[in-house]
Write a protein that binds this ligand. Structure first.
Ligand SMILES: Nc1nc2c(c(=O)[nH]1)N[C@H]1C(S)=C(S)[C@@H](COP(=O)(O)OP(=O)(O)OC[C@H]3O[C@@H](n4cnc5c(=O)[nH]c(N)nc54)[C@H](O)[C@@H]3O)O[C@H]1N2
Ligand SMILES: Nc1nc2c(c(=O)[nH]1)N[C@H]1C(S)=C(S)[C@@H](COP(=O)(O)OP(=O)(O)OC[C@H]3O[C@@H](n4cnc5c(=O)[nH]c(N)nc54)[C@H](O)[C@@H]3O)O[C@H]1N2
Ligand SMILES: [Mo]
Length: 760
């Protein structure tokens, strides 16, 4: 007899069909206007051969090969839950006693899974905080650079990760929308926490139907859906700031800058304006490859039409990624549009489902209460290799020198640094330094393979939870669908037993079991929502119904309207209360790589400095999965070429190298090499290569830095260099490579089955 139960993932709400204890199929959530294709991979994932069936310990670690030992090459030894609990509790206690709480790195960056209670990273951090604390990380890989910069410029990160001006307001008031990096359809498949409504594409379509002209400024035409009929302006990667400056120069020539707004709402125009004098369209054209006339036309359009400006998050994941963001704010300031209905500037409309798409009333989301961390040490998220390589050193960040503690233990739950970090060969070397590395994972992903102690975690389908994405209008009851696979356990339960061994179980569990927690989170949310004027139904009704719908907001939303109307009464949270086109704060930091106003700084790697045979590699968000998640599913598998991750180049570049679609190629630079399967497009700028992230790192010789990744993980190629010493973000997109046909026998992809396992 089949059963159907509600559940959720970052790629959407769904109903699981269960037959004889297995999920056979998942069906999209009824109210979802555009259910994502990724749901097709869900059943594959839960029962995949790459599930971790029980706890394991690295053989070398058991033998005492710890600090300094290479990781990733050893066999794993199966151990019992009792043994692994004792081992970990012993290590935590020893390291805290011998080296202090800061010797444990628990930053554990990663998306984990949907479901607010069983969110692995939150569980781990709560566990570590209650046990004495841990060294942590700040900001997200997604937009680390912007997160550190924008508070200096606009006094807020709301334009990036908060409630941005809605598509409905844009549709009503704007006539043109400049999209740096486009509005890639694939990015709307996901929202953190799971979403009941994929409004991403429908919102754009409605804006276009209402008369908004979209301009896709990107090396790739496919960065806007064909149906949107966007204009395409191909641009060399990493040169957007130069284009913005060329447009600004032309706006000045047209006498368009809104001098009144610049005087009343901004500081620094007097300093920025003179620097734009030699940023002519001809200057910008030589850098960007965009024709002079196109730049002039863009400026004329902006001078006359109500406009919204946006930039994909990817553009700040590049060398000096501060600059395009700051310059885009400057452009909107010059136009005086910040805070005008449906106009202005915001970041990421094309980066994720939910940006400006929902008209959810201002209400909280259910979440796990965190515990204060007593250790004050942290790194900006993408500086993990620096941290491990440089114990006792310092790292400049946002005007401070951060002390780097001596990390003896690393613990990751719900994230995959061997997916998300750049220059994996450097990471692999740095990763050998700690004494002990613990990873909680449902699958044998690359981070689990590079751990000393592996705890098998359940997936969302094996537990009860609440699904909620902050911008979505639905809250999901996630019902357990199947029993835990193998000996997998919920992260919470595994941590509760370790807390028990360390003497703080009750503080960690607060004497609640899973359902008591789920109910507790719901009740907390119900009370908080009630305080804000809307009373959700009782827990029983919610659980039986499978979801709750949160009311819509009544009016289209525009950011900064109060500030626009009265900047004295409603100042920004910057030192001057205004938009800072020049920052005294940043000037005082005196940084060589981040001047105090928007500036053109040529990227360290780009087509501007490339050799004849080099290509600019953009490592994009995958259309077939979420990062490394679902790589084992059918949607990702169907898109691969002989099991390798596709890499797309232009027809001209393929012809130059005598390559054809379907060829297996070796892509390489001084940092590393991987294989890929070739795809060819006419609508991609010559000199550019596109390869998605997320194919699980599969080195030919596991544990040996520099080994060829046979599967196609672009992070063996991407540089691990900070965007600047102000923000210390990642600069993955500034990456040059060469490629040629792979002529040898094709090494098998081995990463989707467990690593070698030996009995003790
Ligand atoms: N070159 C390059 N690199 C990039 C980017 C890029 O553009 N280019 N983009 C960056 C960005 S924006 C991001 S956000 C990061 C993403 O990097 P991550 O968030 O680290 O990637 P995920 O694959 O989502 O990792 C989540 C992990 O949690 C595991 N997991 C899922 N459910 C559970 C659970 O219940 N319990 C436990 N314990 N584990 C669970 C999954 O199996 C998966 O391995 O990558 C970054 N890396
Ligand atoms: N399907 C799917 N969707 C996702 C994710 C996923 O893993 N899978 N991950 C989610 C996450 S965590 C995040 S942070 C967001 C990230 O969202 P983004 O950062 O916006 O996504 P990307 O695909 O990296 O980049 C968007 C587009 O920018 C263009 N681009 C890259 N470099 C340049 C440049 O220098 N100049 C210009 N003009 N264009 C450029 C590329 O052609 C690319 O298609 O995506 C989210 N959405
Ligand atoms: Mo991200």
């Amino acid at each position: 007899m089949t059963e159907i139960k509600p559940n959720a993932a970052h790629w959407g709400f769904f109903d699981a069909v269960i037959d004889k204890g297995r999920v056979t199929e998942v069906r999209p959530f009824g109210p979802d206007p555009a259910p994502p294709v990724l749901l097709r991979s869900m059943a594959d994932a839960v029962h995949a051969p790459s599930r971790i069936d029980q706890p394991y310990v690295r053989k070398g670690w058991l033998r005492g090969e710890r600090a300094g030992a290479p990781r990733g090459g050893d066999a794993f030894i199966p151990v019992s839950w009792d043994k692994v609990t004792t081992l970990i509790a012993g290590e935590v206690a020893r390291i805290r006693a011998e080296h202090g709480d800061e010797a444990i790195f628990g930053g554990s960056y990663g998306w984990s899974s949907a479901g607010r209670f069983h969110h692995a990273k939150s569980q781990l951090q709560r566990f570590l905080a209650l046990g004495g604390g841990y060294t942590s990380s700040v900001n997200a890989y997604s937009y680390a650079t912007a997160q550190a910069l924008l508070p200096h410029v606009l006094g807020t990160n709301e334009v990036l990760l908060g409630k941005v001006t809605g598509w409905d307001a844009i549709a009503r008031h704007a006539k043109i929308m400049l999209c740096f990096g486009g509005l890639a359809a694939k990015n709307g498949l996901v929202s953190a926490g799971g979403a009941g409504a994929h409004d991403y594409i429908p919102s754009m379509r409605r804006a276009v139907a209402a008369g908004v002209r979209l301009v896709n400024i990107s090396p790739f035409r496919g960065d806007t859906e064909e149906e949107l009929g966007a204009d395409w302006i191909p641009i060399r990667p990493g040169t957007d700031t130069a284009l913005m400056m060329g447009v600004a120069h032309e706006l000045i020539a047209l006498g368009r800058p809104d001098e009144a707004f610049l005087a009343s709402h901004c500081v620094g125009w007097d300093k920025l304006k003179p620097t734009l004098a030699d940023r002519s369209p001809a200057w910008a054209s030589a850098i960007t490859g965009v024709p002079v006339e196109t730049i002039r036309t863009l400026a004329r359009d902006l001078a006359t039409l109500p406009s919204m400006l946006t930039c994909a998050w990817s553009i700040q994941r590049a060398d000096y990624g501060e600059q395009p963001y700051w310059m885009l704010v400057a452009l909107a300031a010059m136009l005086g549009t910040i805070g005008k209905p449906g106009q202005g500037v915001a970041f990421g409309y094309g980066s994720i489902n939910g940006m400006g798409t929902t008209s959810r009333r201002d209400l909280p989301s259910p979440s796990l209460p965190s515990s204060p961390n007593r250790v004050q040490r942290f790194i900006p998220v993408a500086r993990i290799a620096d941290l491990l390589e440089n114990p006792g050193g310092t790292l400049p960040y946002n005007g401070r020198d951060l002390p780097l503690p001596d990390i003896r233990m690393v613990w990751w739950a719900g994230g995959n640094p061997f997916h998300h970090h750049q220059d994996l060969n450097r990471l692999l070397r740095a990763w050998s330094r700690p004494e002990t590395i613990v990873v909680n994972e449902p699958w044998w992903t690359s981070v689990a393979r590079h751990a000393d102690i592996v705890l098998p975690a359940t997936t969302t389908l094996e537990r009860n939870d609440i699904g909620s994405a902050s911008r979505d209008r639905y809250i999901r009851a996630m019902h357990q669908c199947v029993p835990p696979q193998g000996l997998a356990r919920n992260d919470h339960d595994a941590l509760a037993d370790i807390a028990d061994a360390l003497g703080y179980r009750e503080r960690f569990t607060e004497q609640r079991d899973e359902m008591a927690w789920v109910r507790h989170l719901y009740e907390r949310w119900r009370v908080n929502s009630g305080r804000m004027g809307w009373e959700p139904p009782s827990f029983e009704e919610f659980w039986a119904e499978g979801h709750v719908e949160v009311p819509r907001a009544d009016a289209p939303y525009t950011q900064f309207t109060d500030f626009h109307t009265d900047p004295q009464e409603h100042p920004l949270d910057t030192p001057t209360g205004k938009v800072e086109l020049w920052s005294e704060t940043i000037a005082a930091f005196n940084l060589p790589d981040c001047p105090p106003m928007p500036s053109w700084l040529p990227p360290r790697e780009s087509l501007l400095s490339a050799a004849e045979d080099e290509l600019h590699l953009l490592s994009l968000q995958p259309p077939t999965r979420l990062h490394g998640q679902l790589d084992m599913g059918r949607v990702a598998a169907e898109a691969k070429i002989q099991g390798r991750e596709p890499i797309t180049i232009s027809a001209a570049d393929a012809a130059k190298r005598g390559l054809k679609a379907g060829d297996i190629v070796r892509i390489h630079n001084a940092r590393g090499a991987c294989l890929g399967g070739l795809k060819i497009r006419e609508d991609l700028l010559e000199g550019v290569a596109l390869m998605a992230t997320g194919a699980w790192f599969d080195p030919l010789e596991p544990g040996v830095p520099g080994s060829l990744c046979v599967h196609g993980n672009p992070n063996v190629l991407a540089p691990d260099i900070a965007t600047s010493t102000l923000t210390q973000g990642l600069s993955a997109q500034s990456c040059l490579v060469r490629l040629e046909r792979w002529e040898g026998p094709l090494p098998p992809v081995k990463v989707h089955v467990p690593p070698p396992i030996e009995l003790e």
